[in-house]
Write a protein that binds this ligand. Structure first.
Ligand SMILES: *Cc1c(COP(=O)(O)O)cnc(C)c1O
Length: 385
């Protein structure tokens, strides 16, 4: 049906109508006083969402830009950095680090498993001459559905004393607790098309005081992503280059919505949607790619379909018959898993609809390993207690 497509992918995520309408306005000048007032409100609310008193910079890029900016600004060519990699995004930060001449040391875990926190502890404790300059960690690893234990790793980074933390919080910020100041995180990057409930195009980067000291020390070449310009402009409620004004209109509205829900409410809703989804997947006899509930992302659930049901057929059936779009696997995970997003402007109704549609699609494709309705019943039991 036209105009009925529902995105249950880990970004772009669904957008509330009032945010879409806010974007339909003609833009004002990005250096005008009207716009500065909007930016001031947005900045305050971004600090609230990040649980920080530090700067939250707004960049015109996708989420990868925020992480690249952090890596370039925090480090210099030749620096040793630790990078956690248990999925495609962790691996991306290894590539970015190499691209800028850093020496990444990878701490990995098999896909679907959380990063081993003790390996971070051991590597940092062994570095007595403080050669490690940064530790890069992906909090919610969207490619596998794992939520890494960032709080514990952050403690080891603080104990090291020299290395700064660079966190990919792209699918955790706004969906899981990321207390930036409490955990002493230095660079925390995220993107607009995820829990922010607006279209792609903005990235956010929270930078701590310690982070700014690293920015000053860095010898990496940088221009568009020189964070010092963003900090200077932010003091005047501005950005160094043209701000995507209409995206900020939308952001103003969605931050108000998020604030009305409250941090506790936001995290509880995402946790409920995750738990409901996982209960349904188990009831249907399908596999959870991240099997451990303790380390399951609140943004995305990666599902292993029955052996004789190809991932692309399952996704195509969901789209064709139910107008629901779910994601496939990334890279070598293509054809192995499908991924159900429950991030951002997503409610209990949406998850129930998706699970019912999944039952229908599985049935259409000939899978009979479940009692019809059992997935919906399992999800309801969780979602509505
Ligand atoms: C979406 C996402 C990103 C950013 O990807 P972009 O395409 O650059 O917005 C980074 N990390 C994770 C974990 C993500 O889910």
């Amino acid at each position: 049906m036209d105009d009925k497509l529902f995105l249950m992918i880990p970004g772009p995520t669904p957008i509330p109508e009032r945010a879409l309408l806010a974007m339909a306005k003609a833009p004002v000048g990005h250096r005008s006083s009207e716009f500065a007032r909007i930016m001031a409100e947005v900045s305050d609310n971004l600090r609230w969402l990040h649980q920080t008193r530090s700067d939250v910079l707004i960049l015109a890029s996708s989420g990868t830009g925020a992480l690249e900016a952090a890596i370039v600004n925090a480090c210099s060519p030749g620096d040793r950095v630790l990078v956690g990699a248990n999925g495609k995004f962790g691996e991306r930060w290894v590539e970015v680090a190499r691209a800028f001449g850093l020496k990444p040391e990878v701490i990995s875990a098999p896909y679907g498993q959380p990063l081993p926190t003790d390996a971070f502890q051991a590597a940092l404790a062994a570095d007595t001459d403080k050669a490690i300059k940064a530790v890069i960690v992906t909090h919610s690893e969207t490619s596998t559905g794992v939520l890494n234990d960032l709080g514990t790793i952050a403690g080891y980074i603080r104990a090291h004393g020299e290395a700064v933390s660079i966190v990919d919080a792209v699918t955790s910020l706004g969906a899981a607790n990321v207390p930036v100041d409490e955990w002493g995180l230095d660079f925390v990057g995220s993107g607009s098309q995820k829990a922010y409930m607006i279209p792609p195009g903005l990235a956010f980067l929270a930078v701590s005081e310690r982070g700014w000291q690293a920015v000053e020390r860095s010898r990496s070449p940088r221009y568009y992503f020189d964070l010092r310009g963003y900090r200077k402009a932010l003091k005047k409620n501005n950005t160094p280059f043209t701000t995507p004004v209409n995206l900020v209109y939308a952001l103003q509205v969605t931050l108000q919505m998020l604030k009305a829900e409250g941090l506790e409410g936001l995290f509880a809703r995402h946790t409920r949607l995750r738990d409901g989804t996982r209960a349904a997947i188990r009831a249907l006899g399908l596999g959870l790619f991240a099997p451990d509930d303790t380390f399951a992302s609140t943004a995305i659930t990666a599902v292993i379909p029955p052996p004789d049901i190809p991932c692309d057929k399952l996704r195509a059936t969901l789209k064709k018959n139910y107008d629901i779009v779910i994601a496939g696997g990334q890279g070598e995970m293509e054809g192995q898993i499908v991924r159900l997003g429950h991030l951002g402007f997503v409610s209990e109704r949406d998850v129930l609809t998706a699970i019912a549609a999944l039952e229908g699609a599985l049935h259409t494709l000939g899978y009979d390993g479940f009692t019809p309705g059992s997935g919906v019943a399992a999800a309801s039991a969780v979602l509505f207690g």
